[in-house]
Design a protein around this ligand. Structure first.
Ligand code: 2P0
Length: 351
């Protein structure tokens, strides 16, 4: 008996131009383009195994060993259905291929990063799910084509189909066919770039991204300014900075965009707070660190960014990593580093 099974993995990504707001909540089409840096390390990935078998009685999924319900019409069901649709097209073109599209699938997904790293896992999770089904089904689809399907699982997941620097082009078509991720540059383009994760809290966030961003779309006048006037110029400028390895411009835009995302959250009614006092203290430390560096050398040394939670991600050229960890430990003495060797991208607890 043939065994139809495939295992793949996908990395975590952290946006430097933030996605926040949908123009279509079912297809997950965003109100603005976004851009992320992939934390492309072996130890920050979701790994997923998919198996198709004629004996299976329904589609099932396990997340870190616990079974999750696949709700009809929900995001998981949509991704699985879309992937089966692609397989069906493939079988029509290649009639000798087994009819896997008619079998149910069992999917098992695990994150190898500690929950305590405070990272959103849905991006890596949906990207790994889609790529494992693509491998199971032997689809010739490109990463951008697959990103269109991962997007329907979780918006930010479309950016985890690539390593390195990745843009999610918002697109303009109502069917979402032009809303997908593209690689701006591979990680190898800028090996000097490092990221530190400062865990302020690993508590589950109060307002989910999905509901929070829709409240922002409905109530924030600042969001309208952001999506029309601010993001398009920043997307172009930061892409250019990445290609030129211009850290000063990259850092300035990254920090400004994090600030504006949190301003838009505050402009939501009722307001949404994701950063806390420790997050703000880290902003102050990095700002002062950059001020001194700029005075001495004319250049910035670090860029902070915060997602829908209080944890900081700090981008910095490699030469500053040690200094920044020492700085964080000095000002946040309760900090403890994870015992896992995090390699290039460190994770630092400051909780
Ligand atoms: C981002 N975030 O660009 C932004 C910045 C959080 C802050 O993408 O509803 O989990 O599943 O599409 O992708 C979080 O939103 O939301 C997010 P859904 P998602 O990374």
């Amino acid at each position: 008996m043939a065994v139809y099974q495939a295992t793949t993995s996908a990395p975590v990504n952290i946006a430097v131009i933030k996605y926040w707001g949908k123009r279509d909540t079912k297809l997950i089409l965003p109100t603005n383009s976004s851009l992320s840096v992939t934390l492309d390390q072996d130890h920050l990935r979701s790994t997923t195994t998919s198996r198709a078998d004629p004996s299976f009685e329904k589609d099932r999924l396990w997340l870190n060993g616990e079974e999750e319900e696949i709700k009809e019409g929900g995001r998981l069901a949509t991704c699985i259905k879309e992937m089966k649709g692609l397989r069906r097209e493939f079988e029509e073109k290649n009639p000798s291929e087994p009819k896997l599209s008619s079998y149910f699938v069992h999917i098992s997904s695990r994150n190898n990063f500690p929950t305590a790293a405070g990272l959103a896992s849905s991006a890596a999770g949906f990207a790994a799910l889609v790529s494992s089904l693509a491998a199971l089904y032997k689809l010739p689809a490109s990463a951008s084509e697959l990103s269109r399907i991962a997007r329907q699982g979780s918006g930010s997941a479309c950016r985890s189909l690539f390593g390195g620097y990745v843009a999610w082009e918002q697109g303009s078509k109502p069917d979402g066919s032009d809303s997908f991720a593209v690689e701006i540059a591979p990680q190898s383009h800028w090996p000097d770039m490092h990221a530190l994760i400062c865990v302020v809290s690993d508590d589950k966030k109060g307002t989910s991204s999905t509901s929070g961003m829709q409240r922002t779309v409905e109530t924030s006048p600042l969001l309208q300014h952001r999506i029309k006037e601010v993001v398009p110029a920043r997307m172009a400028a930061i892409s250019k900075a990445i290609l030129a390895k211009d850290f000063d411009t990259f850092a300035e835009i990254t920090m400004q965009d994090s600030n504006q995302f949190h301003a838009v959250a505050l402009d939501t009614y009722p307001p949404i707070f994701y950063m806390n006092d420790v997050s703000r203290a880290i902003v102050a430390v990095i700002t002062e660190y950059n001020r001194i560096a700029k005075e001495k050398t004319g250049h910035l040394k670090a860029a902070y960014t915060y997602d829908a939670g209080p944890n900081a991600v700090i981008y910095t050229p490699k030469e500053n990593v040690k200094e920044i960890i020492e700085l964080i430990v000095k000002y946040f003495p309760q900090a403890n580093t994870f015992s896992d060797p995090f390699g290039l991208f460190g994770a630092q607890g400051v909780g």
